[in-house]
Design a protein. Structure first.
Ligand SMILES: *Cc1c(COP(=O)(O)O)cnc(C)c1O
Length: 387
């Protein structure tokens, strides 16, 4: 454990900003000469957008990325002035706020007219990144409309209303590196970039890769890689751990053991009595539940207390869950774990976010991102050590 860690810990998500810095440096080496965009949408996947953005920039990230303009404006309000892209809009989005705050705007089609109207009203050119749909089927311009979109953008650029700063796209199956569809997406991206070049559009950055493509496909790096999961130290691959990838999980979710009691065989545990003890045993009460973003379906997931892992038993409730220590004779002795530190997932030998993902039929992305604002974030190593 790190030296700056816990005094009494009720419930907390510890965010190790040194882990974030180390992950960013590691990814920057892999991506070089491409630059790194640290993706800090969704409050930095639950880690806290402002502190993570600062740590990522300290460690060499050149850009920041978010989904919504509102997320970008919140970073600007925190006086973060790095290049910043927001790519998911609705007709109700505040494009003017984006332009006024020097936020680059992703444009897939319809957004162009809205962005231009805002730029005209502000008398200030927008900075845009045109997005091509190379196959994912979410936003992005369909290939058959790409040339028309480029031509319109060039017209507006010549009128001084915008500058086309980038061209980008997003991958669908890069977490399964053996799948051939990524090759198709790369080819369509190259084609889209070529069409832009033919029309005389000179962009600063072409970007396609997410975390898995950054780690597994150098041919996807182009000028910039957009990395979310990796900077949080988690693996996008089912067959490779964080450790194997040289990454350190940044979030550790902990709570103090709130109760410890001995129960007889046949004791029902939690709502519905979905679990009954097989023999006399000791139960531990952990004060986190789905109100804290812990998945309700994750029964069976591991919780570590005093360096050993115990399973969550019975239903997870809004505020609490129960673990079975599997032995009698602990409660009300000096071996009682009451008040001890329980770790649900994290780094440094804790159970993994992947174990919780498996227990919840989900992915590590969701496990960390859904930890709610009810859980205080405690930042470790806020100041970068000079080393
Ligand atoms: C979320 C997101 C990313 C980051 O993906 P990771 O797999 O977490 O690296 C990159 N690009 C876009 C467009 C995204 O929405």
């Amino acid at each position: 454990m790190s030296s700056s860690s816990p005094g009494p810990a009720d419930r907390r998500a510890e965010i190790d900003l040194d882990a974030v810095r180390s992950n960013v440096r590691h990814i920057a080496r892999i991506a070089s000469p491409a630059k790194v965009m640290a993706v800090v949408k969704a409050d930095a996947y639950g880690h806290g957008a402002v502190p993570v953005a600062r740590a990522a920039l300290e460690a060499g990230a050149a850009w920041l990325g978010v989904a919504h303009i509102s997320e970008a404006v919140a970073l600007r309000d925190a006086e973060i002035d790095a290049p910043l892209l927001a790519w998911l809009h609705t007709p109700a989005s505040d494009f003017a706020a984006g332009i006024e705050n020097s936020v680059d705007l992703g444009v897939s089609g319809w957004e162009l007219e809205h962005v231009v109207a805002a730029a005209r009203a502000l008398e200030r050119p927008a900075r845009i990144h045109l997005k091509i749909d190379t196959g994912l089927g979410r936003n992005g311009c369909p290939p058959e409309q790409w040339e028309a979109l480029l031509r319109k953008a060039v017209e507006y650029q010549e009128a001084g209303l915008l500058r086309v700063v980038g061209i980008f796209s997003h991958l669908a199956v890069a977490d399964e590196p053996e799948r051939p569809e990524t090759d198709d997406q790369v080819q369509r991206f190259r084609d889209a970039v070529a069409v832009a070049a033919e029309l005389g559009v000179e962009v600063e950055v072409r970007h396609l890769a997410n975390t898995p493509a950054t780690l597994s496909r150098p041919d996807c790096h182009f000028d910039l890689v957009r990395v979310g999961l990796g900077i949080y130290g988690l693996s996008p691959f089912t067959d490779q751990t964080s450790d194997a990838l040289g990454l350190r999980p940044a979030m550790t979710l902990t709570a103090s053991v709130a109760g410890c009691k001995e129960v007889p065989a046949g004791q029902g545990v939690s709502y519905g009595f979905a679990y009954r003890t097989a023999e006399r045993t000791t139960l531990g009460l952990i004060p986190v539940g789905y109100g804290d973003g812990v998945p309700r379906i994750a029964t069976g997931a591991p919780v570590m207390v005093d360096d050993r892992c115990y399973p969550v038993v019975g239903r997870i409730a809004m505020d609490q869950l129960v673990i079975d220590f599997g032995v009698a004779g602990l409660a009300d002795t000096d071996q009682s774990p009451l008040g001890h530190r329980a770790v649900l997932f994290g780094g440094n030998g804790a159970p993994s976010a992947e174990a919780w993902a498996a227990a919840s039929h989900s992915i590590n992305y969701e496990v960390v991102t859904r930890i709610s604002s009810r859980v205080p974030r405690i930042y470790l190593h806020e100041a970068a050590d000079d080393d």
